[in-house]
Write a protein that binds this ligand. Structure first.
Ligand SMILES: Nc1ncnc2c1ncn2[C@@H]1O[C@H](COP(=O)(O)OP(=O)(O)OP(=O)(O)O)[C@@H](O)[C@H]1O
Ligand SMILES: [Mg+2]
Length: 169
């Protein structure tokens, strides 16, 4: 049985919307309820594939008002989630594009961050830190098709469930 879900988007709005739906699905289904660790999204794929764009929608879906950008010099940024009813308190946006070694991520306190169930961690270029990326991370692959089209492939059975529920609403 395949555990892949594929989306073809025609503009950045559609890509953002998938991110937003995923966030809402995660909150609605409270996947995290039983989890003792952080939820991790590993975003991989083409340069300009839409990873940051997707995360803008994802942050919006979590109720975050501040804007997600492509960090030029910053590897990691924490965005607070204000809704006190939620178990999730922080979104960490990590971009591994510029790192040379996974040590650089460990040095930022990665182990502690991923062990806290109040955190959601979105990691762009997650394939650069394969060695330290937890096995249960949700992997999203972004493919550049042409100027306007992107293919997004989600790998995780749990995730399929969430998205099916949100799309039915
Ligand atoms: N269907 C689409 N989905 C997402 N972005 C799109 C789409 N069509 C055009 N774009 C444009 O493509 C660019 C995607 O850039 P974005 O920074 O999100 O990619 P990225 O994968 O994070 O790149 P990088 O690898 O440099 O981090 C944006 O300028 C966006 O407006
Ligand atoms: Mg990016």
């Amino acid at each position: 049985m395949s555990m892949l879900k594929t989306f073809l988007t025609k503009n950045s709005f559609q890509t953002k919307k998938i991110g937003e739906n995923l966030a809402k699905g995660i909150l609605a289904n409270q996947i995290k309820k039983s989890s003792k660790r952080a939820l991790i999204l590993g975003l991989i794929g083409d340069l300009g594939g839409g990873k940051t764009t997707f995360l803008q929608g994802f942050a919006k879906g979590l109720g975050i008002k501040s804007r997600i950008t492509s960090p030029t010099f910053i590897i990691m940024k924490r965005l607070k989630i204000k809704n006190c009813k939620l178990k999730i308190k922080n979104l960490y946006h990590i971009d591994c594009y510029r790192i040379r070694n996974h040590r650089e991520i460990l040095d930022l306190g990665f182990r502690k961050i991923i062990s806290n169930p109040q955190n959601v961690i979105a990691i762009e270029w997650a394939d650069k830190i394969k060695k330290i990326l937890p096995k249960n991370s949700i992997i999203l692959n972004f493919e550049f098709i042409n100027k306007k089209q992107r293919k997004i492939i989600l790998k995780n059975s749990l995730l399929n469930l969430v998205l099916e529920k949100t799309s039915k609403r």
